[in-house]
Structures are given as structure tokens and as C-alpha cells.
Design a protein around this ligand. Structure first.
Ligand code: FE2
Ligand code: FE2
Length: 301
């Protein structure tokens, strides 16, 4: 686990030095109808992004001392900083479009209370569930909005949240691997139900944003569970998904006629700002991380 944590620490250190933000001069028109539809919803997500992270930091320090993982608090600190950057970017967007900030929301209070009662492992179960559902939410918002600045913000958040989910999943899988088989199966089932419940709650409370893209709660919950299965589901299922995604094209039959010559390659597109962080989001690294996830061994594990 030390080696893997070092990779994550490097990832978060690298991105802390690269202040990604929407491209300068990007189109930033939010029509009144859309503003009315999304205002309360993005204000609630902005509230979640600006959580202080004090409980998480304390839990990480305790866990790091107990498990001799000195790099963990630094990674958690960077992760909290990224969430705060999301909060600032969303707040700036909201201020430019006269959308008021929210001081509190009952769903946010419930999640904060639950996390306060938890140690790091349970905290991460709750956090990764919220992040998986958050990715589904930002994807839906990016597809639905006509405001290019908001779309780019969503895609930037998705790139960061995918890395958060990758890191949290790696830690949870390593912890889960230490448990007997019946506990692993029970944890997996309960966690899946919790993710589905969280997704349903978010769909019910953010319907005006999610309905245009997903249509029904079933589709939104299904999309969130697909993310869960990929990162945290049973290994055979995840490996099959990876095989399907990265399957090589079939070899041509020796009797088949030779394929036509390929047309010349198109001109390279202009360079765009790096929305998706390199490293864990490259397909090769993603595949490697996914397929090697069960090789993670915690000290004493
Ligand atoms: Fe975030
Ligand atoms: Fe996150």
C-alpha cells in the first residue's frame, strides 16, 4: 500500500500545482429558465463541496498512525483542498449569475452527521458513495446545460472526482481484502444498497436538473451503480467490464480480402486546457489500476 499511496500523493501534489479552471473567454450565458431550474440544486452541491474536512483530516491522522501509513494525511489534505477549489469555482460562477449561496441543507446535514460518527473506513464508504453519485450528477448537468462555462466546470469536477473515487476505492478494497469472505460479501451488498439509496435521494431532491438527461430515477440510479460496480464491485464483473472496454479487434481471416487503405489522418485538433488529469485518467493507467486492485496489501494485511 505504501507504494500505491506514494503514487496517489504524487498525483495530488501534481494537480495541486496545476490550477485548472474554465478557459478564459469561454461563452458564459445562462438563460433565465435554466438559471431558475438549476439554482437551488447547484447551490446545494456547492455547500457539499465546501465542507471543512476537519473530521476527515482527524480520522486520516488516527488511521495513518495506527496503520503506519505516514503519507495518508498529506493525500487527504490535498483531496480536501481540491474539494474547496470546486467550491470556489462554483461560488464564482454562482456570483456571476446572481445565484445565492446556501447556508445549509438537510441532506448535507445528514451526511455530515453520519461522517462525524465514523472512523476512516466508514467515512470513506460514505464519501465514495457521495462522490460516485456526484459524478453522475455533474455528468447529467454537463449534458443538459447550454452554458459552456458551466459545462466545462462540470467536466473539470468529474475529472477530479474520478481520481478521488480511484484513491478511495483502492484503500477500501485493500481494507476489504483483509476480511473473511462472508464479511466482504455483506459489506459489498450493504454498500451497493447505500449507493443506490443515495442516488435515489439525489434524484428526488435534484429532479429539475437530472430529469432532462436521465428521464427516470431508475436510469440515474443504474448509472451510479455502474460506477460502483466498476470501482468496488466483485472482481470478475469488473474485469469483464475492462475486457469488454479494451477488447482488441478480431484478427482478420486469411481468406478475407485485404482491408482498403486507410485515409490520411486528420489534422491534430488545437491544444485544449487539461481538464482530465493525466496519470490515472489515461486508459492504460486506468486499466492497470483496475486490474491490479486486488494486489494492494496493507501493512499487516
Ligand atoms: Fe468535488
Ligand atoms: Fe471529491
Amino acid at each position: 500500500m505504501h507504494e500505491e499511496l506514494e503514487i496517489w500523493a504524487n498525483h495530488f501534489d501534481y494537480h495541486a500545482g496545476q490550477a485548472r479552471c474554465p478557459a478564459a473567454g469561454i461563452e458564459d450565458v445562462l438563460r433565465p429558465e435554466e438559471r431558475r431550474r438549476i439554482a437551488r440544486s447547484i447551490a446545494t452541491f456547492q455547500l457539499g463541496e465546501r465542507s471543512s474536512g476537519a473530521t476527515l483530516r482527524r480520522a486520516a491522522e488516527r488511521f495513518a498512525r495506527a496503520q503506519a501509513l505516514p503519507m495518508l494525511p498529506r493525500i487527504v489534505e490535498r483531496l480536501v483542498q481540491e474539494e474547496h477549489r470546486h467550491a470556489r469555482l462554483l461560488a464564482a460562477f454562482m456570483a456571476d449569475h446572481r445565484i445565492p449561496l446556501r447556508a445549509s441543507d438537510w441532506t448535507d446535514r445528514v451526511f455530515r452527521c453520519a461522517r462525524r460518527l465514523a472512523g476512516l473506513e466508514l467515512y470513506f464508504y460514505i464519501l465514495v458513495s457521495a462522490e460516485l453519485v456526484g459524478i453522475g450528477y455533474y455528468r447529467a448537468l454537463a449534458e443538459a446545460t447550454r452554458c459552456r462555462r458551466l459545462e466545462q466546470l462540470c467536466r473539470l469536477f468529474i475529472a477530479d472526482e474520478l481520481a478521488h473515487v480511484g484513491f478511495e476505492s483502492a484503500l477500501l478494497l485493500a481494507l476489504r481484502a483483509r476480511r473473511p469472505a462472508w464479511q466482504r460479501a455483506l459489506l459489498l451488498g450493504m454498500h451497493r444498497v447505500f449507493v443506490a439509496g443515495t442516488a435515489l435521494l439525489v434524484w428526488l431532491t435534484h429532479r429539475p436538473v437530472l430529469r432532462p438527461e436521465h428521464g427516470s430515477a431508475r436510469r440515474f440510479v443504474g448509472a451510479c451503480l455502474a460506477g460502483f460496480d466498476f470501482y468496488l464491485g466483485p472482481v470478475p464483473l469488473a474485469i469483464e467490464a475492462a475486457r469488454t472496454r479494451y477488447r482488441a479487434p478480431p484478427a482478420p481471416s486469411p481468406l478475407a480480402p485485404p482491408p482498403p487503405l486507410a485515409p490520411p489522418p486528420p489534422l491534430a485538433p488545437p491544444l485544449a486546457p487539461p481538464l482530465a488529469p493525466p496519470g490515472v485518467h489515461s486508459e492504460a493507467a486506468f486499466k492497470k489500476a483496475r486490474l491490479s486492485r486486488n494486489t494492494v496489501v496493507l501493512p499487516g494485511g
